[in-house]
Design a protein around this ligand. Structure first.
Ligand code: NAD
Length: 370
């Protein structure tokens, strides 16, 4: 494998603690997995604000733009609660997403067999679950203008958010969904609210057209987003890839996340458009959870979401599917052995630290690669 550049942005709180475990995994793949990753590190979030007065410096932003993939920990914490809005820790993540044009957010919901009992749903409903939510991340109602609270002058105010989508935005996110479905069970469910929203009518139309123009081998179904939410908790295994807009994706991916238990287990990827000459997409990989200031520094953080995010980088940025499968298997095996950080332990079950979980996953990597 040609040398690949990773920019590591550990961030705040438990970010640096879980990033340490990913560094061990990267070193394992360099030493024993036949890979060649070069890593550089930068500051993002509160630590970047402390150092530069910005949530990410221009120099680190330039490194992110040049990297083959960015591996991001988490940002934020009470220390920065009072800093001004435009330099708050989260502004670093938002700038990365915006400048790298990361329009496709991928959130898998996988139920590890060893944790099937930990879900709030019945075991047979979630056992073996493996679905992928593809959420549009840079458009829709979170960004549409006007976005304001107007004073109507009669003692009333009016709040306005604007849901807006152009054809190209829907087309490119549906392409990502169809292409990913081809590597999985070959089925896409598109969710919108065409019964009450014009943006839903266009969404439905463009997804259907994109499907007809080159993806007819993939099974496509349309579902109203509210019905989709219901089906996600009724029988989630009916889904393979779900593609939806920014707002519905935000909610549906959180619902799907909770099917599988702790926040400490959930990885994500955010991808940009393929480069016109190299075909390579800009990409950022991060756990879904935040900086968990309540447990930072105690060694209690679960590093699995962070390590599984690196597995997504192997899969989606470096086309190392076998290596990604191996890393996912190593995580599953560590869980099968009953190893648990505090967040995923049953009552009375023994727990291990962040570093011990990282080491256990490395030991399983040794075993599965032998
Ligand atoms: P959080 O995800 O940080 O924590 C929620 C709960 O889950 C806490 O009890 C925490 O201890 C636990 N938790 C989270 N990750 C865990 C892990 N890996 N292992 C074990 N337990 C884990 O959310 P929050 O408490 O609402 O926010 C804390 C800070 O993180 C805030 O400043 C918030 O703005 C920020 N935040 C950042 C991101 C991000 O960087 N992408 C995302 C969400 C929140």
């Amino acid at each position: 494998m040609a040398s690949q550049n990773l920019l590591l942005l550990p961030g705040d709180g438990i970010g640096p603690e879980i990033m340490l475990e990913v560094k061990k995994v990267i070193a394992w793949f360099n030493d024993k997995g036949g890979m060649s990753f070069e890593t550089d590190e930068g500051l993002v979030g509160g630590c970047a604000y402390d150092a530069h007065g910005q949530a990410i410096s221009d120099a680190d932003m330039a490194k992110a733009m040049a990297a083959d993939a960015v591996i991001f920990g988490a940002v934020g914490g009470p220390k920065w609660d009072d800093v001004s809005y435009d330099v708050r820790p989260e502004a670093g993540l938002l700038r990365l997403r915006k400048d790298m044009e990361l329009f496709a957010n991928l959130r898998p919901a996988i139920c590890y067999p060893a944790l099937a009992d930990a879900s709030s749903l019945k075991k047979d409903i979630i056992e073996g679950l493996d679905i992928l939510i593809v959420r549009e991340l840079t458009g829709g109602v979170y960004f549409g203008e006007p976005k304001e609270i107007r004073d109507l002058g009669n003692g009333q105010k009016r709040a306005v958010d604007t849901q807006v989508y152009d054809t190209y935005e829907i087309e490119r996110i549906s392409r990502v969904a169809f292409e990913l479905a081809r590597t999985r069970k070959n089925k896409v469910t598109s969710m919108e609210k065409r019964n009450v929203m014009k943006s839903g009518v266009l969404w439905n139309e463009v997804v259907t057209q994109t499907h007809a123009n080159g993806y007819q081998d993939v099974q496509l179904e349309h579902m109203l987003a509210d019905a989709g939410g219901m089906q996600l908790v009724r029988w989630p295994k009916q889904f393979d890839v779900i593609v939806t807009d920014n707002l519905f994706g935000d909610m549906l991916s959180d619902v799907a996340a909770m099917l599988t238990g702790s926040l400490g287990m959930l990885p994500s990827a955010s991808l940009g458009a393929p480069d016109e000459t190299t075909g390579k997409r800009k990409a950022l990989y991060e756990p879904v959870h935040g900086s968990a200031p309540d447990i930072a520094g105690t060694g209690a953080a679960n590093p699995i979401a962070m390590i599984a995010s690196f597995a997504m980088a192997l899969r989606y940025s470096f086309e190392q599917v076998a290596a990604a499968d191996m890393l996912d298997k190593a995580i599953a095996n560590a869980l099968d052995k009953g190893l648990r950080t505090k967040d995923i332990a049953a009552e009375g079950q023994a727990t291990i630290s962040t570093a011990e979980m990282g080491d256990a996953i490395l030991a399983e990597l040794d075993a599965v690669s032998a």
